[in-house]
Design a protein around this ligand. Structure first.
Ligand SMILES: Cc1ncc(COP(=O)(O)O)c(C=O)c1O
Length: 360
């Protein structure tokens, strides 16, 4: 039985040559490869500025520090996301205000509007699974209430909203390069994109011990730097991103066609060009289906089984909340195998197994 993995990183001679080029350059941190990767990422996302950092979590923490987020501030976030989405703001003393999801699993704009209070300072829409949030509605709420918008694009490299890349339309967008992501650097890493030059400059200083010049520290900062080997690797990955995303969309189309009527398949809204970081189905028999697929050599995942408003780290600090749609979804969602190099034949093998499960 051939095993089918949930995701896969692109590797091979092109990636190895890039790493070797960086190793042989004799320069290892924030050098030419990082500068080129930042420019190429800014161009790809349609933003003026890009700041690389050691992870999404740390670069967003630097951004929140640069913004001056403080105790008592409230930030509206979905609960249905990776735990890190709201870690940086909690470290700044702010309170995450969780909202429920809509049928795309993204935050529901109506719930966002209802969650605004005089203490709200910002909104973090998460383009979960690579499907863009309805940003026009989020930006309208933000403009009305004078709030900033930071897009969590960790799962949405290359996705667009009405023809514009996600992350480029609000105050900033943040990407993760964790190995499972659509764009990876074969290790940890992340970046912030923004059109706000002053914000980018402050984050650049904070990531490198608050320095402007080598021996001149204007503020106290951190070490959240990026390295040349991963910069060189990321540049190769970026060249392949659009092609790999097209392949993910072709796999998703095949899944949609073959799984219709068997399980609930994901929807793509008219404004969205989704990049299917995850292809998530929904079934009331989720646990039995997952077990059956595992027995047949097919890896699946649950993203995420425990919503953030129910995580002990959150309830112990902020108390309990109820989000019926999120709580119902986490019991039924199942992520199927998908990646940039996956073949349609592999998708067919997954569909055959799901069909066999339903014939039992
Ligand atoms: C939606 C989302 N936000 C934030 C993160 C955090 O990214 P990182 O691991 O680079 O800190 C992730 C990755 O796990 C994610 O999926």
């Amino acid at each position: 039985m051939q095993k089918i993995s949930l995701s896969k990183c692109f590797t091979g001679p092109e990636v190895e040559e890039a790493a070797l080029r960086a190793i042989r350059s004799g320069n290892y941190i924030l050098g030419k490869e990082c500068q080129a990767f930042e420019s190429e990422l800014a161009a790809h996302t349609g933003s003026k500025q890009c700041v690389l950092g050691s992870s999404w979590t740390m670069i967003v923490y630097m951004m929140h520090l640069a913004q001056g987020i403080k105790p008592g501030d409230e930030v509206i976030v979905p609960s249905h996301t990776a735990f890190p989405t709201m870690e940086p703001l909690i470290h700044c003393g702010a309170k995450p205000v969780f909202v429920d999801i809509d049928e795309t699993y993204c935050m529901d704009p109506d719930a966002v509007a209802a969650a605004v209070t005089p203490r709200t300072v910002g909104i973090i829409p998460v383009h979960i699974y690579g499907h863009p949030v309805d940003l026009d509605r989020i930006f309208a709420i933000a403009a009305k209430n004078n709030l900033w918008v930071l897009e969590d694009c960790a799962q949405a490299h290359g996705a667009s909203y009405n023809g514009k890349r996600v992350g480029s339309m609000g105050l900033a967008g943040a990407y993760s390069f964790f190995p499972s992501k659509n764009l990876t650097v074969l290790g940890d890493g992340g970046c912030l994109i923004t059109n706000d030059a002053a914000l980018a400059e402050k984050v650049r200083m904070l990531r490198n011990h608050g320095r402007k010049d080598k021996y001149l520290h204007e503020i106290t900062g951190f070490n959240v730097r990026f390295n040349e080997i991963q910069g060189a690797i990321g540049r190769v990955m970026l060249k392949h991103l659009d092609g790999f995303n097209d392949n993910r969309r072709a796999i998703a189309a095949r899944y949609n066609e073959r799984l219709k009527g068997l399980v609930q398949t994901p929807i793509e809204k008219p404004w969205a060009k989704a990049v299917y970081h995850m292809y998530v189905i929904r079934s009331p028999r989720r646990d039995a289906l997952q077990k059956f697929l595992k027995e047949n050599g097919i890896d699946t995942g649950i993203h995420y089984p425990v919503p953030n408003h129910q995580q002990p780290a959150v309830t112990s600090k902020f108390g309990n909340a109820t989000l019926p749609k999120t709580e119902a979804a986490v019991k039924e969602i199942l992520s199927l195998p998908i990646h940039g190099e996956m073949s349609l034949a592999t998708a067919d093998a997954v569909c055959d197994a799901i069909a066999a499960f339903h014939k039992q």
